[in-house]
Design a protein. Structure first.
Length: 450
């Protein structure tokens, strides 16, 4: 049965990305906080594809390194002579493979697993499946010449007749066939066309000539949106954000102004979380039930516990773990900070490389001085400790459970449990000093005038 057939993917990523005007290869630009190449790789893996070959140009050294990190096989295409030629370049890497092969574009990041499954399902009735869509503006996309769902040909916009240009259904680029059909047909593609390139799209007619049926599988435009330049990148980002916002709200998350909340590809938010306007999530965030995130927070690599209250204006950086009922208020930055149940850091503080127990109160303007110019050091604060406002905690330092720190201290030594630490100079009051000072100044003023 077809469903048991092995699957491989060829990811095309050898383009020159001229239109991005970037030192970085196009396919490494992020959508939702993750490079496009990683999106396509995840899609393939989530669809159970074990063999993935990434086709890259010799000059795309950054893409080669990224593909290696992702554990992909690499095939070099040099020079780049078109999409059909690119697929041929992957033939050697798949020479021992005899299952189904899907061709994916690294610049088309948002295809969902169910959509890709639809492509593989088409093998039950057809030899070749092409993912098509109906764009608002078909512009330069290849047109699908169809009869119902039967696909007769793909015509590139540059080769299309005025009649064919009127066709609304277009080629997303994704197609799948058996390895034998795909590579066999690619060997027969010529470059006798407007661009002088080997078009992968020509394999439709080649396979039909061998009495092999081709079909179209339909996809929503938002999934197959291809990124060529920075406006396309912004469009893909917007499409991704729309999906994330809808999913969040549908799963029970309140977004007061959804269009101002930005998610990353892996943001996890439990039901009954409430998020105010203008909140940005970087990668690696989980927010547990009942938490509230007020406006203007920037959050990445952080776990926010149940019923926590965050912001407004909080910056939570990677390695922050906030337990249930914690509070992190305005103009507070945290990094690698583990904060126990019910602890509060309400105003104007930096807490980095720190471990706070339960029920700790960190006063306004507290700074953990974690960096000495060479190394980072840790601050540990025990359960129930009270850190007075404007304290500098010079790490490494440990504040005992139940200890009190007097306001304005520069704390350089450990404080025992339940102690009071006063780490500032003693106040001196000079009686009458103000009156004497003013008298002298007034006298000088009179002298100048006369
Ligand atoms: C291609 C399709 C077109 C489709 C459109 C969808 C062909 C001939 N045309 O056109 O029908 O509507 O995609 O976006 O296939 N690449 C290589 N090596 C090459 C050329 C391209 O790896 O020699 C890669 C690019 O990096 C990119 C992808 O293939 O990821 C598509 O190439 P591109 O030149 O953008 O194709 P389009 O002209 O957009
Ligand atoms: Ca393209």
């Amino acid at each position: 049965m077809n469903t048991a057939t092995k699957r491989a993917a060829i990811i095309l990523a050898a383009g020159k990305s001229t239109r991005m005007k970037s030192a970085r290869s196009k396919v490494l630009h992020p959508v939702g906080g993750r490079p496009m190449l990683n999106w396509v790789t995840s899609l393939a893996r989530d669809a159970g594809i074990e063999r993935i070959v990434c086709v890259v140009g010799e000059g795309n050294v950054d893409v080669q390194a990224a593909a290696r990190d992702l554990g992909l096989d690499i095939a070099i295409q040099e020079p780049q002579m078109g999409t059909g030629h690119a697929v041929q370049c992957a033939k050697e890497a798949l020479r021992d493979f005899d299952g189904h092969v899907v061709v994916l574009y690294a610049d088309t990041p948002l295809i969902s697993v169910p959509t890709l499954e639809g492509v593989f399902k088409a093998f039950e009735t057809h030899s070749l499946a092409v993912l098509g869509f109906e764009p608002e503006d078909p512009a330069a996309y290849g047109r699908l010449v169809v009869d119902g769902n039967d696909l007769h040909a793909i015509v590139e916009a540059k080769e299309a007749s005025p009649e064919q240009l009127k066709i609304g259904i277009c080629n997303s680029g994704v197609l799948a066939a058996s390895a034998a059909d795909l590579f066999g047909a690619c060997d027969r593609v010529t470059n006798d066309n407007a661009k002088g390139e080997y078009y992968l799209t020509d394999i439709v007619e080649i396979l039909r000539g061998e009495k092999k049926a081709a079909t179209v599988v339909h996809a929503p435009e938002t999934e197959v949106l291809g990124v060529n330049d920075r406006t396309d990148l912004a469009r893909a980002e917007a499409a991704f954000q729309t999906v994330m916002r809808e999913n969040a709200m549908r799963s029970g998350v309140s977004l007061k102004h959804p269009e101002t909340v930005f998610f990353a590809y892996d943001t996890m938010i439990e039901p009954d979380v409430s998020i105010d306007a203008n909140v940005v999530f970087g990668p690696g965030v989980t927010v547990h039930s009942g938490a509230t995130i007020h406006s203007f927070c920037h959050i990445e690599g952080t776990d926010i516990g149940e019923n926590a209250q965050i912001g407004p204006f909080a910056r939570l950086r990677p390695g922050t773990h906030l337990a249930e009922n914690t509070k992190v208020g305005n103009f507070v930055e945290t990094k690698k900070a583990i904060v126990g149940k019910g602890s509060k850091i309400n105003h104007l503080s930096y807490v980095g490389d720190a471990e706070l127990g339960e029920g700790v109160n960190v006063g306004a303007g507290t700074i953990t001085c974690n960096y000495d110019g060479y190394n980072k050091h840790k601050t540990i604060i025990g359960d129930g400790a009270f850190v007075g406002s404007n304290s500098s905690l010079v790490a490494p330092v440990t504040i005992g459970a139940g200890a009190f720190l007097g306001s304005g201290g520069v704390v350089t030594e450990n404080v025992p449990d339940d102690a009071l630490a006063l780490a500032r100079s003693k106040q001196v009051n000079k009686d009458g000093w103000g009156a004497r000072f003013r008298a002298v100044q007034e006298k000088l003023k009179q002298k100048k005038k006369s």
